[in-house]
Design a protein around this ligand. Structure first.
Ligand SMILES: Cc1cc2nc3c(=O)[nH]c(=O)nc-3n(C[C@H](O)[C@H](O)[C@H](O)COP(=O)(O)OP(=O)(O)OC[C@H]3O[C@@H](n4cnc5c(N)ncnc54)[C@H](O)[C@@H]3O)c2cc1C
Length: 324
């Protein structure tokens, strides 16, 4: 691991004023469960690490008007066990409870989870000069692409690894981003970027910016949500396919739906086709099957990941039938 300076920031101001304009200058650290691993493998090599855990006031979950506010440094375990989150944002509670192992959920934070870097084995291999590390090629195209994207169009074919990002995408979520110039609120739907826009990063954050909090509008009582994750190992593992579903119901009729696929694309992937199959319909098994089929209708699987098409078809159907 390359030597680095450590700054235990006491305030957000101190944290952001010590960040630079280059990713190699400084990196923000929350729980460190992803960052430190990346640094040990020389995938991220910052000169300075700015620790946000020492900033007070960033670890909390509170109700504010009709919103639930989650501080950036809130542990994933806390998100999973909070009663406000499980009551109003069930899919998020379920997703957080499914992240990794208890140890990682007790170290890792919600902001670190949504900003974690991809798990693509070509990206994580220091020797492979892939597109994400500034190279010109995505090695998954001609290589082994078992866990890669079926949506997103390349040219880099990672899937986003975060479970909580999938669930947060199913709600009306806003991120608060802070830098030395001020604070801005960004809709979660505008946070992640596809590789065609920037293959080297997964979101819009600049090296000098940090997330301070996540605000989720609490949906009404007639909105239900769920999260289903398929993983190879039951003990703990990243998703090979997941879905977050939220539906606004009126009796058995669905008035609004959000269908977000995880481990399908380089960003949490909204399936408008599946949402259209659900919205305005009485939810029956036939409608659930149609939503599952629609979710994968225009997917473009690669040589080794065609199995994901059937997986997504089934978990979308299962999520719909379980919710009603
Ligand atoms: C064995 C293992 C299994 C795992 N399984 C899963 C899984 O099943 N599902 C899943 O979702 N994840 C999984 N993970 C990933 C794990 O959840 C993440 O490592 C963790 O959530 C990262 O949180 P952290 O607070 O430790 O982030 P850090 O390691 O501190 O940071 C991660 C990244 O986010 C950036 N960052 C952190 N905080 C901020 C902030 N406030 N503002 C801006 N940028 C920030 C950092 O600079 C860094 O690039 C697994 C990890 C391991 C090691």
């Amino acid at each position: 691991m390359k030597n680095f300076a450590l700054l235990n920031a006491r305030t957000l101001d101190e944290a952001v004023s010590s960040l630079g304009t280059d990713w190699n200058e400084a990196a923000v650290m929350s729980g460190g469960t992803d960052l430190i691993g990346s640094m040990k493998r020389y995938i991220q090599t910052p000169e300075k690490v700015v620790n946000l855990k020492t900033v007070s006031g960033l670890e909390e979950i509170r109700s504010e008007n009709e919103n639930i506010v989650i501080g950036a440094e809130t542990k994933i375990a806390h998100v999973a066990s909070d009663s406000k989150v499980s009551e109003h944002l069930t899919a998020l509670s379920m997703a957080a409870g499914n992240v990794a192992s208890p140890q990682i959920r007790n170290m890792g934070t919600i902001s670190g989870n949504i900003c974690q870097r991809p798990r693509c084995w070509y990206y994580r291999d220091t020797e492979v000069p892939c597109m994400k590390k500034g190279g010109i090629r995505c090695y998954a195209v001609a290589g082994v692409n078992t866990y890669h994207a079926i949506y997103g169009g390349g040219p880099c074919h990672i899937v986003h690894p975060s479970d909580t990002a999938v669930a947060l995408s199913a709600f009306d979520t806003t991120l608060t981003i802070v830098d030395k110039y001020g604070t801005k609120d960004v809709p979660f739907s505008e946070f992640f970027v596809l590789p065609e826009e920037d293959a080297s990063r997964e979101n819009i954050l600049k090296p000098f910016q940090v997330i301070s909090k996540i605000t989720v509008k609490a949906p009404g009582d007639n909105v239900k949500s769920t999260f289903i994750k398929v993983q190879e190992r039951e003990a703990w593992d990243f998703a090979v396919a997941s879905v977050a579903l939220s539906m606004k119901m009126e009796g058995t009729a669905c008035r609004e739906a959000s269908v977000i696929l995880g481990a399908a694309a380089p960003i949490p992937w909204r399936s408008e086709a599946a949402e259209n199959e659900l919205t305005g319909k009485n939810i029956t098994e036939t409608v659930a099957v149609a939503a599952g089929r629609a979710a994968v209708a225009d997917s473009t699987p690669m040589t080794d990941n065609k199995y994901k098409v059937e997986l997504f078809t089934n978990i979308v159907k299962r999520a719909v039938t379980e919710l009603v």
